[in-house]
Structures are given as structure tokens and as C-alpha cells.
Design a binder for this molecule. Structure first.
Ligand SMILES: [Zn+2]
Length: 302
């Protein structure tokens, strides 16, 4: 049976009708009106009406960049959208007149990769996304790990540089300050002495073998490798998936991260080491994962 997945991002709300094999049958999008929370609810209702006018998909899966409570009912806080202690599930259920299954966006993307992408077959999956920040997701024994208060898997906020760069979370030295797409661009602009450098420009400089661009890239891979080497001690994953915008760099990214990760791996060389893979679903992982979660666990929460 088909399911609907919605991914509420900082700039775009993406929606897709997804079949049971994870294939997107139809998709559409609306802009995110970050300053007007009701506008987001309306846009989601609009997308749902467009993609599934008959209501045959049932529960709607919604991924959102936010700290959620354990029952996936309320948003504690969202860094990009002006929601604080917002009853998102109730608001969406009323607006859509159908059941809604909410999940954190990185968790939904990690679930999508676990079910249909680079994480297929993993016993224990760790996913990290290198984008605006560093998102994370953990899957173990075929279940998403959501934690006692709902915020497990916020892997971008482990500290790798005590007293380091300030982070939006209020701490200093978090992984996402050194290993996100934002960090990569900041470091590359510095090394290339080009404040207007774009991600495409950086990709071209890397392709051309510019040593300054390569140095920035290696530095970010080193930070991510060190972060993962600490994180593996928590869940001992057999597969680590790297996603987000930076993952477009492809196999070179996985190879470099793997090198740095293995050189810091606890008890390295004396036990199995996680396989490092680049995400395969791209920016559709969120809608695919959200749709699948709506299909298989539609009743999470009261
Ligand atoms: Zn942080």
C-alpha cells in the first residue's frame, strides 16, 4: 500500500507518495514560511491534498527538523522554525483530518537509508548527515533509537574540540562546527581566500585538484572521522552511512572519512570495523523514511 511522506525543511516542504518498496510515485514541494507556523500547517495540508486527493494513503508521515518529545506529539524546539512547545501532531491531525506520524528529519532520513538505501542489511546503523549542520540517526535491531526524552541520535552535538567554536545548541566545540557542509564552506573560503566561494565552486576546485580545496576537504573528513571514532563506542554499528549535501562528493568522501576514522578507532585492528557508505537516496531520504514510518508504525504516541 502507498504511503505519504512530508519533509519540512528550513527552506522547502517536500512531499511524496511512496510505494511499499520505497519508490517515489509522485512528488511536489512548497516553500517554508519559517516565521508563520500556521503557514507551514496550511502548506502541508495543501501538499497532502495534491498528492493524495482521495485520502487512500491513510496515515501521513511527517519529518521535521526539530527536537520532539518521546511520543512524537510535541515539538520542544526547532532551530529553523518558530515553534517552541508546539503541539505539531495535533495541529496537523486537525488540518489534514487524518492520522499523522511525526519524526525528526535526520531520523526519518536514516530510516529511509536503512530500509531502502545504503544502510540496507545493517544490524546496527549509524547515519550522519553533513549539511547545514550535522544530523544523526541510530537504528538497532530494526528499530529507531529515540531515547528517554525523544532526542537520541543528535550526533552533531558531541564535543570534539573542548572550548572550541560556539554552536547553536549553546555548547562549544560540537562536531557540527567542524564537519558540516557549513563548516566545509567556511574553511574552504578561508583557505582559498574567496569569501564568495559557492558549493559548486568548491566542487570545481576539488575536481581541478586545488590543494587548498583538498586541504579544507581533508580537514572536515578528519573531524568527521574523529567524531565517528568516538560515537562507535556508544552503539558499535556495523554500517555507518554518510549523507547530506556534502555526500554528493561521493566515494572520495567515504574513503577519506574511513581513513581518519580507522586511525582513531578504539581497539582498531583487533576487532571488526564498521563499513563506511555514502547515502544513496539523496535529499529524498526524508520523505521516503517518513512515508515508511507512517506505514509500519502509524500509532506511535497517545
Ligand atoms: Zn552543538
Amino acid at each position: 500500500v502507498n504511503a505519504l511522506g512530508i519533509d519540512i525543511g528550513g527552506t522547502t516542504i517536500a512531499g511524496a507518495l511512496v510505494d511499499a518498496g520505497g519508490a517515489i510515485l509522485e512528488s511536489s514541494a512548497r516553500p517554508t514560511t519559517a516565521t508563520r507556523p500556521e503557514g507551514i500547517i496550511e502548506a502541508v495540508a495543501d501538499l497532502v491534498a495534491e498528492l493524495d486527493p482521495e485520502g487512500s494513503a491513510g496515515t501521513v508521515g511527517v519529518a521535521v527538523a526539530a527536537f520532539l518529545d518521546r511520543t512524537r506529539s510535541n515539538v520542544f524546539f526547532s532551530p529553523n522554525i518558530s515553534w517552541v512547545d508546539f503541539p505539531l501532531r495535533q495541529a496537523l491531525t486537525e488540518a489534514l483530518s487524518r492520522p499523522v506520524r511525526i519524526e525528526n528529519d535526520a531520523n526519518a532520513a536514516g530510516w529511509g537509508e536503512f530500509r531502502f538505501g545504503a544502510g540496507r542489511g545493517a544490524q546496527s546503523l549509524m547515519m550522519l548527515t553533513m549539511g547545514t549542520g550535522v544530523g544523526g540517526a541510530l537504528v538497532d535491531e530494526g528499530r529507531l533509537i529515540i531515547g528517554g526524552f525523544g532526542s537520541a541520535g543528535e550526533l552533531g552535538h558531541i564535543v570534539i574540540e573542548p572550548g572550541g567554536r560556539p554552536c547553536g545548541c549553546g555548547n562549544r566545540g560540537c562536531l557540527e562546527q567542524y564537519a558540516s557542509g557549513t563548516a566545509l564552506m567556511r574553511i574552504a573560503r578561508d583557505y582559498l581566500e574567496d569569501p564568495g566561494l559557492t558549493p559548486d565552486g568548491l566542487a570545481r576546485a576539488l575536481e581541478a585538484g586545488d590543494p587548498r580545496a583538498m586541504k579544507a576537504f581533508v580537514e572536515v573528513c578528519d573531524a568527521m572521522g574523529r567524531g565517528i571514532a568516538s560515537l562507535v563506542s556508544v552503539t558499535d554499528p556495523d554500517v555507518v552511512v554518510i549523507g547530506g549535501g556534502v555526500a554528493k562528493a561521493g566515494p572520495i568522501l567515504a574513503t577519506l572519512i574511513q581513513q581518519h576514522f580507522e586511525s582513531h578507532y578504539p581497539a582498531g585492528g583487533k576487532r571488526p570495523v564498521a563499513a563506511m557508505r555514502v547515502a544513496t537516496l539523496g535529499n529524498t531520504a526524508g520523505v521516503i523514511g517518513a512515508a515508511d514510518l507512517a506505514r509500519i508504525s502509524p500509532t506511535l504516541g497517545p
